[in-house]
Design a protein around this ligand. Structure first.
Ligand code: ADP
Length: 152
């Protein structure tokens, strides 16, 4: 348990993933509202970085046009984090299952994106271990929003 400067952590993750974004000509950025650039969560900085790495990595993987953004806001006693992409989206009936271990929307043999289906299961574990909540909103063909909360 330590103070974690969330915008800086997200910014570092985005910098690491920038080559991947540039390869696909996708825009990436992280932001907080004016005057809220120093939002501090309480937790394990490395694990929180892992959450952003996974979510932004997925967002880049499943997006071909547009980009990926991270938005951080303060909301009644916690920090609300949103990773948004303009990618392929997830069908409504699969939304709950993407958090299951090894679950992937398409069969591995038919997809070009690889992966293990473990990322979101691990992310959910980390967020919940911090006492936070995670959920997904998505529209097929338009994009995906992954929301999670962290204690502050
Ligand atoms: P992996 O990415 O290794 O397959 P994850 O557990 O991170 O495993 O994700 C599970 C599945 O959820 C992915 O295979 C993909 O089908 C779907 N998914 C996750 N994130 C996104 C996203 N941002 N846009 C579209 N589909 C996604």
């Amino acid at each position: 348990q330590e103070p974690v400067p969330v915008l800086q952590v997200a910014g570092r993750v985005l910098a690491d993933l920038r080559p991947q974004a540039e390869e696909k000509r996708l825009r990436v950025f992280a932001e907080s509202p004016d005057g809220e650039q120093d939002l501090v969560a309480v937790g394990d900085e490395q694990r929180i970085a892992q959450v952003f790495t996974n979510l932004v990595g997925n967002a880049l993987k499943f997006t071909d046009e547009g980009g990926v953004s991270v938005n951080l806001t303060r909301q009644n006693g916690h920090i609300h984090c949103l990773v948004r992409d303009t990618g392929c989206g997830i069908p409504p009936d699969e939304l709950e299952r993407v958090f299951d271990r090894f679950y992937q929307v398409e069969k591995v043999v038919t997809r070009k994106t690889g992966g293990t289906g473990l990322g979101l299961a691990i992310v959910k574990n980390i967020v919940e271990a911090h006492g936070g909540r995670i959920w997904i909103e998505s529209q097929v063909g338009r994009g995906t929003e992954v929301h999670f909360t962290l204690p502050s």
